[in-house]
Design a protein around this ligand. Sequence first.
Ligand code: CTP
Length: 349
Amino acid sequence: MNSLEFETVHWIWDGILYPQLFGLGGIMIAAAIIGLSTGYFGGIGIPCSSPYHWPDLGILYKRRKRPVRVYMDGCFDLMHYGHANALRQAKSLGDVLVVGVVSDEEIVANKGPPVLSMEERLILVRGLKWVDEVIVNAPYDINEKFLNTLFNEYKIDYIIHGDDPCLLPDGTDAYGLAKRAGRYKQIKRTEGVSSTDIVGRILSPLRAADTDMSQNNVAIHQHHSNTEKLQAGKNLPIGPQLSHFLPTSRRIVQFSNGKGPEPGARVVYIDGAFDLFHAGHVEILRSARQLGDFLLVGIYSDQTVSERRGSHPIMHLHERSLSVLGCRYVDEVIIGAPWEVTKDMILSR
Ligand code: CTP
């Protein structure tokens, strides 16, 4: 078997015998089957060595579906609801979602320096409700060696990516091998948001003020220069863009758990702007959730954030709401919560 060969999707179905076969009657029946298949039917095509065909024997055999394991990789820099939506869609194509978080070195080599560290990106990815397992320091290029690791070690059935081209510096498709192996699936990229766009939004007021970049912004600056080149390559408009995200009730439902608190549950409330959802937000939501049974998160309106903090949030209310809703520790959000917690709010729960 050469290194690129792989098991077919048929093996997603694992056959198991009924336990009764191990009883006395079972032994007799099993012996009869073996006798029939190798004797009476031998030579006319019941392949006794292939359990995949055994379901034809009806009551004696039961199929058990093995969980379909899917893999999605990415940089997940400045994690946003577009990434969350990609992982949500990937999870819907299987049962177990394994996420490869690309290493800092690989991002530098292929896209320019990331803004967030590997540690921060990991906290954000692990904090998402659709993520089951994580591969740390995944390669950017799904080469032959890594493809085999995915198939043989992680038992991945499909590799999934958004419908945007993902090219290596030499112009080849990073998912070319997975596509040729017939184990690639595509999801729809979420319109209106990208890490580049967010960097543009962050830099926009800085540019307007025509101030020098502080040392702390060097990474952002470098990333931006690099992503500007990428944008130019993709014929995207350069510079800060307004959000084109249109919140629909369907998207909110897709991100939501759809469940209220059980009777008698201890409901914990935490509020905030949750702008540019980051690792610190994940940590505080995790701690808050541990204080009770149900976590309700109030997200201030754009106007409240502007009034109270003196500047507009970078991400608007619905974008911030989706980022919070995607977090595994959150049960429900109030979209546009008041600054002060009122008695009405508490009693209406
Ligand atoms: N993705 C998506 N919608 C977006 C942004 C990303 O569906 N608006 C998907 C990508 O197609 C990929 C996954 O999210 O399958 C991880 O993307 P990542 O490697 O982190 O980055 P980019 O594709 O470059 O996106 P961005 O510029 O926003 O970081």
